[in-house]
Every structure is written in structure tokens, then in C-alpha cells.
Ligand binder design. Structure first.
Ligand code: SAH
Ligand code: SF4
Ligand code: F3S
Length: 445
């Protein structure tokens, strides 16, 4: 019997746009979703062109991020009341999938971070008039179902570990990303090889707790992240390795030693501390103290005195007093961060901290954040100024706005701009000549 063509509720999308918010892992996931859709014959919409399918790859870490999703959905509505096919992916999809489906009829697909390999099939269902939500958790199935990597920018992300078992009391990640899993060693070596063959010169290994990665190497020996880094460093075409984000408790002796021994491992470490007061750290369930964190930094600096440090901070955790906040400022003074991120505490639904007593009033949080950021900006500028006069390797990532200008990163993850003649993806020697708070001017040598 001849098949009856189904009447489509929506025309099949030919073009797509993936908009990623939040952390680098979402950037990685967004790239993989684009590759999946590309494998189905769709093409990425050009800048300024409306896409037939829009994937909002969302973040749930703080309040405003969720509100942004709803306003983005609203903004996609056209003047005639229609909208492109909208898929909501990422951590808001995981946490609030049902609510989004109920609240936003223009959303046809809701897909969580561990289920996005199902995106093409779900888009096909939506075209046939069927809205769908997929928020299953096992991450292994996802990676096996993704297409092989092909092209890469000079700097690439590679997710090696996902999920979190730490359950810091303020944080949604253990609920949105699920339990800690490590991707198998052989899969990572293969993906890294393909990225390098596709043009990557620097790979940043990603994980919510990247330094909790464990695996067994080609000989069947158990290894940690340092073992993986040493293996990847043996590829002559891979020039630089970074990793993020690390938890202080998972900084093993081997990983610390690698910072002194593996030349390709860049001298930069993002190691969030969150606060400088031990009572607050305990209430956050951070399982390190200010002192144990500082001692850990001493060991890391002993292994590599050249290392630049970065961190994350939360001000105004429930019950944080003025005196306790002062401890955070003291810790910042003691460390001298090269850069850092700082946030006002944001209560997240379902987390233990959200129902704790003594929430800090908004104006107090504002003032604390301003003081903290002033201290962090001061240190960042000082770090950048101290780089002036140094000569370093810069990986050329792209052209700047000015004719002949090139942009790249120093080993210490500073943005460097300089005039010169070099290819994108080339490593050049640059003398750093002038520093601002957010970038450094250099001369190519
Ligand atoms: N896995 C990483 C990063 C998690 S999210 C880690 O453990 O460090 C990135 C940062 O967002 C956190 O380090 C924390 O500083 C911040 N953050 C997480 N939950 C938050 C909340 N409820 N309110 C404010 N900031 C938060
Ligand atoms: Fe969140 Fe803490 Fe896990 Fe980081 S370690 S993802 S802050 S629960
Ligand atoms: Fe946001 Fe999810 Fe990353 S909540 S920070 S996108 S893990």
C-alpha cells in the first residue's frame, strides 16, 4: 500500500542556530548539537539570518539565567505571531522541562544535557506535530551517539568528565548534570586526535569536576587526569593543554606534579574556593577550609612558581556576617589571583541553602560584591602589569578589529593583541609591552 504522506504541523527546518549560555561545557554541548543537526543535512543560519530551528542551550546556575530563557523564547516570536521551531536544551531544560512545556507553547522540544543526542529525532517528531520532553540521565549513551569530530578552531573544548557528587548546598549542578561520570580513556584519546587533525592546537579538558576524572590507560592501569594529560601531551601537533573546572579536594599529587613537569600543560589553574570563612565553607558543604586551600596553593606554586591562579566566589551565602565576608577579602589578599569570577548568592529551587535561615539582604550583597570585585580587579590589573616586559608564546586565535591586528592568549590565559603577520592557529613569540585590566598589548618577535 502506498504510504500516505503525513501532514506536517511545521515545515522541516533547513537552517538552525544554537545559542549556548552558562559554562564551557554548554559551549561544548552546543558544538556537538550543531554537529548532530549538520549530520542531518541542516546548515547553520548565517549571522543576521533567521533560523528555522533555534536551540536555546540554557544554564540554571543563577536566577537571572532562567528568566533570560523565557525572555529569549518571547523574543523569537515574529510580528505575525508565529515563531521558528524552538528547542530548549541544557540545565534549565533538565530542571524545569515540564514547566517550560506548560508555560511556553512555542517550545516544541525540551532536551536535557545528557539526552541531546536525541535532538534530531525530537525535531523530526516536532515537525510531525508532536512536542516532546527528554531528560534521561545516563551520559554514556549520548557520547556514543554523537558524530565524529571534524573541524576545529585552534582552541577546542573536550568534555572528559560530567556531573558532580559534591552537593555544595547552593548548587544545582548535581541535579541538572547528574552523578559524576568519566568518559573512557580511549574515546578521549580518539576525540583529541580528531580535534587536532581538524585544526586544534590547544585543548581544554572540561568537567564540572574535571580533576575527578579517572580511567584506565591503554595498558589497563588506573590513571587520573594527570595521566590523561601526559598521554595527550605526547601528540606532537597538540601544543597546549588546559583543564577546568577543578575542585580543591581532587587536586592529586600527580596532577600537582604535572604542573611542574608537562611543558604543554599551561601555567594556569582555575580552582574555586567560594569563600574565605570556615563556618561559611562548612555550611556550603565545601569540605575544605580557607587554610587547607591556601596550603594546597602553596604546594601547587612549589610545583610551578609561574602558575596563574583563578577562582570563583559567592558573596552573601545565607547567614554570612560582615566579619565572615572580611575573611573572603583576606583570602583574596593572601592569594593574589590573576583573574576570578564572583557572584551574589542566588537561591536555587531544591537546594539545601535555599531553605536556610538568615538570607542576606540584597543591598548588603551588592556592597560585598562591589568590595570583592574591586579587590579582584586590583589584583588582575597588578598581575597583567607584572607581565609587561615578559616574552611569551601566544596562540593566534583570530584577527582583531584593526587591520593587521591579531588576537590570542598568553600561557596565563591573558588576552593578547598585537600587529603582525601570522596564521590563525600559529604559535608566535610575543613581547608583552602594555597591560590593561582585561588585555595586554604585545610586539611579535
Ligand atoms: N563545578 C565548578 C563550577 C560550578 S558553577 C565548581 O565546583 O567550582 C560555577 C560557579 O557558579 C561556582 O563555582 C559558584 O561560584 C557559582 N555558583 C554556583 N551556584 C551558585 C548560586 N546558587 N548562587 C551564586 N553563585 C553560584
Ligand atoms: Fe556545584 Fe559544588 Fe559540584 Fe561545583 S563542586 S558543580 S559548585 S556542587
Ligand atoms: Fe550552567 Fe549547567 Fe553549566 S547550570 S554553569 S550550564 S553545568
Amino acid at each position: 500500500m502506498p504510504a500516505t504522506p503525513a501532514t506536517s504541523a511545521t515545515p522541516a527546518p533547513k537552517t538552525f542556530r544554537v545559542k549556548s549560555f552558562g559554562c564551557q561545557m554548554n559551549v561544548y554541548d552546543g558544538e556537538r548539537m550543531a554537529e548532530l543537526l549538520g549530520a542531518e543535512g541542516m546548515t547553520a543560519a548565517a549571522d543576521g539570518q533567521e533560523a528555522d530551528l533555534v536551540v536555546l542551550n540554557t544554564c540554571h546556575i543563577r536566577e537571572k539565567a532562567t528568566e533570560k530563557v523565557y525572555s529569549d523564547i518571547g523574543r523569537l516570536r515574529r510580528n505575525d505571531g508565529t515563531a521558528p521551531l524552538i528547542a530548549v536544551a541544557g540545565c534549565v531544560a533538565q530542571a524545569e522541562g515540564e514547566e517550560i512545556m506548560a508555560r511556553a507553547p512555542s517550545v516544541k522540544v525540551v532536551v536535557g544535557p545528557q539526552a541531546y543526542h536525541r535532538l534530531p529525532a525530537m525535531v523530526a517528531d516536532a515537525v510531525a506535530g508532536k512536542r516532546g520532553t527528554e531528560t534521561d540521565m545516563p551520559a554514556e549513551a549520548k557520547f556514543a551517539a554523537l558524530p565524529k569530530r571534524r573541524k576545529s578552531a585552534p582552541t577546542a573544548f573536550l568534555t572528559v568528565q560530567e556531573g558532580c557528587d559534591k552537593f555544595c548546598t547552593y548548587c544545582v549542578v548535581p541535579y541538572t548534570r547528574g552523578a559524576e561520570i568519566s568518559r573512557p580513556f580511549a574515546d578521549l584519546v580518539e576525540e583529541a586526535k580528531l580535534l587536532v587533525a581538524g585544526g586544534a592546537r590547544e585543548i581544554t579538558l572540561l568537567g564540572q569536576n574535571v580533576n575527578a576524572w579517572v580511567g584506565s590507560d591503554a595498558k589497563g592501569c588506573n590513571i587520573g587526569l594527570d595521566g590523561l594529560i601526559r598521554t595527550l601531551a605526547a601528540d606532537p601537533d597538540l601544543q597546549r593543554i588546559r583543564y577546568t573546572t577543578s575542585h580543591p579536594n581532587d587536586m592529586t599529587d600527580g596532577l600537582i606534579a604535572a604542573h611542574g613537569e608537562v611543558d604543554k600543560l599551561m601555567p594556569f589553574l582555575h580552582l574555586p574556593v567560594q569563600a574565605g570563612n570556615d563556618r561559611v565553607l562548612k555550611a556550603m558543604n565545601r569540605s575544605h577550609t580557607a587554610d587547607s586551600y591556601l596550603k594546597l596553593l602553596d604546594r601547587i606554586r612549589t610545583a610551578n612558581p609561574d602558575i596563574a591562579l583563578s577562582g570563583d566566589f559567592i558573596v552573601g551565602f545565607p547567614g554570612e556576617t560582615d566579619a565572615e565576608f572580611e575573611d573572603t577579602l583576606r583570602l583574596v589578599d593572601a592569594v593574589g589571583y590573576a583573574q576570578a569570577f564572583s557572584f551574589k548568592y542566588s537561591p536555587r529551587p531544591g537546594t539545601p541553602a535555599a531553605t536556610m535561615a538568615d538570607h542576606v539582604p540584597a543591598p548588603v550583597m551588592d556592597e560585598r560584591l562591589q568590595r570583592l570585585q574591586a579587590a579582584l580587579n586590583r589584583d588582575q590589573l597588578a598581575f597583567n602589569k607584572a607581565s609587561v616586559g615578559k616574552t611569551c608564546q601566544v596562540l593566534v586565535e583570530r584577527r582583531g578589529k584593526l587591520a593587521g591586528q591579531l588576537l590570542g592568549k598568553s600561557p596565563w590565559l591573558q588576552s593578547v593583541h598585537f600587529m603582525g603577520d601570522a596564521e590563525i592557529g600559529q604559535i608566535v613569540t610575543v613581547e608583552l609591552v602594555d597591560a590593561g585590566p582585561n588585555s595586554i598589548a604585545g610586539h611579535i618577535i
